[in-house]
Design a binder for this molecule. Structure first.
Ligand SMILES: Nc1ccn([C@@H]2O[C@H](COP(=O)(O)OP(=O)(O)OP(=O)(O)O)[C@@H](O)[C@H]2O)c(=O)n1
Ligand SMILES: C[C@](O)(CO)[C@H](O)COP(=O)(O)O
Length: 396
């Protein structure tokens, strides 16, 4: 059991480093593999979303390549619970040390998990197994799987089989590997010699005991083009398409501009509301929440909470999209209809589509924005306010 500084067994602070500074050479292609999509979502985004949604992890810190900031911003972006990335090094081992030093400077955690950005199918049950073993006193814990094929040792040109190896003592190793933070940092700082391919090897070199827990066969590392194909196939086969709808109304009050679908439009009035009153993004946020049966915008951002006063509504929409991604899903299409006599929506439709596509991280052709009047009938016809309807399709 981990003993806190005051001698109690308080819940330890758990950080998770996600190393993603590799080049992905074995996966081929131009873009480093961590930024390439699996069933529509960039692999690193999947990994970070999953880890950030686990209650047993307090902090998630990505470690990325020096030249990868544009890819990180465009393919991953901000994720609630994920710290801004730090830069890694030329090898996985060097990248882990960069991440550990960053955590040490920011206020060291008690426990650290080190996970490959290239393992997007990490499960909370496996992470909990690692953390429980650490809390029970281990300084180093790795998830492992049995070897299920017969293993041969072959000669160098691989044409002659020399022997059959005893596979009962062999294990396939996964991440996240978990450690007492101070012990892993010391071991990494002291590491010498040839590159070590996992953190357990760094601990072994330092003379520490490493314990094993059961890994998870689903938690594969995406390494080759075939791994991408298989991951795509598995994800798509396991998902279904769902639809949600949203509706919202805001009334006018004195002012000089309205914000609709993230675009500010000069007008003779503004929309009243607790946030920026962006009726289009509110309807769309509700549609996405509806598609994953996750309540409505008021459940996530209560109007009674002063922190959302005047908030820009892109935050609400991003949160809904993050929830979809945390379930391993993707928003596939959205369609918003704005209902008002004025202002004229037509000249702003493309800017609205682009803004929504940017927030959701989808292509502009997956976003439709339409507008209609109610022929001067009803409250929208009388110019008392604006209504919006939205439909969202997601694959989860
Ligand atoms: N200098 C490096 C090299 C690797 N990694 C990370 O370590 C994890 C496991 O490494 P691997 O699958 O071997 O990734 P790459 O090194 O990118 O792949 P390749 O060897 O095919 O180039 C990956 O998430 C990778 O981004 C890292 O952070 N820094
Ligand atoms: C750490 C690791 O994921 C354990 O299986 C793996 O060793 C890292 O990747 P590599 O392909 O061995 O560099």
């Amino acid at each position: 059991m981990l003993i806190g500084p005051d001698g109690t067994t308080a819940k330890p602070k758990v950080a998770c480093l996600v190393v993603a500074a590799g080049r992905g050479l074995r996966a081929g292609g131009g873009l480093p593999k961590q930024y390439r999509p699996i069933a529509g979502i960039p692999m690193l985004k999947r990994t970070l979303q999953a880890l950030a949604s686990f209650d047993c992890i307090d902090t998630v810190l990505p470690v990325i390549g020096h030249g990868d900031v544009p890819d990180f911003e465009s393919q991953v972006g901000q994720i609630t619970g994920v710290l801004p990335p730090v830069f890694g090094g030329a090898t996985r081992q060097a990248s882990v040390l960069c991440g550990l030093e960053a955590l040490a400077s920011a206020g060291p955690p008690d426990l650290v998990l080190v996970h490959d950005g290239a393992r997007p199918f990490v499960s909370v049950t496996m992470v909990e197994r690692v953390i429980v073993a650490l809390r029970n006193g281990s300084a180093a814990v790795i998830p492992v799987l049995p070897v299920t094929d017969t293993i041969k040792r072959v000669d160098e040109d691989r044409h002659i089989v020399r022997e059959t190896v005893d596979r009962t003592v062999l294990r396939r190793v996964q991440t996240p590997q978990g450690f007492r933070f101070d012990v892993l940092l010391d071991a990494h700082r002291a590491a010498t010699g040839a590159e070590l391919t996992d953190d357990a090897a760094v601990m072994e070199q330092a003379g520490a005991d490493v314990n094993a827990v059961d890994g998870d066969a689903e938690n594969t590392k995406i390494t080759t083009p075939e791994d991408f194909q298989e991951a795509d196939r598995k994800m798509i086969a396991s998902q279904s398409v769902r639809t949600g709808m949203g509706f919202d109304v805001h009334r006018f009050e004195p002012g000089d501009a309205v914000t609709l679908c993230g675009v500010s439009i000069p007008h003779t009035a503004r929309l009243a509301g607790h946030s920026d009153a962006d009726v289009g993004l509110h309807a769309l946020t509700d549609a996405i929440l509806g598609a994953i049966a996750a309540g409505d915008i008021g459940d996530h951002f209560p109007p009674s909470d002063p922190q959302w006063k005047g908030a820009a509504s892109d935050r609400f929409l991003r949160h809904a999209a993050d929830l979809v991604a945390a379930r391993g899903g993707a928003v596939t299409h959205v369609d918003v209809t704005l209902i008002c006599e004025k202002p004229k929506i037509g000249p702003h439709k493309e800017a609205m589509r682009m803004t929504i596509a940017g927030i959701l991280g989808v292509d502009i052709d997956q976003v439709s924005v339409k507008a209609t009047t109610t022929e001067k009938l009803g409250f929208t016809g009388r110019g008392e306010g604006i209504a919006a309807q939205a439909v969202a399709s997601v694959r989860v």
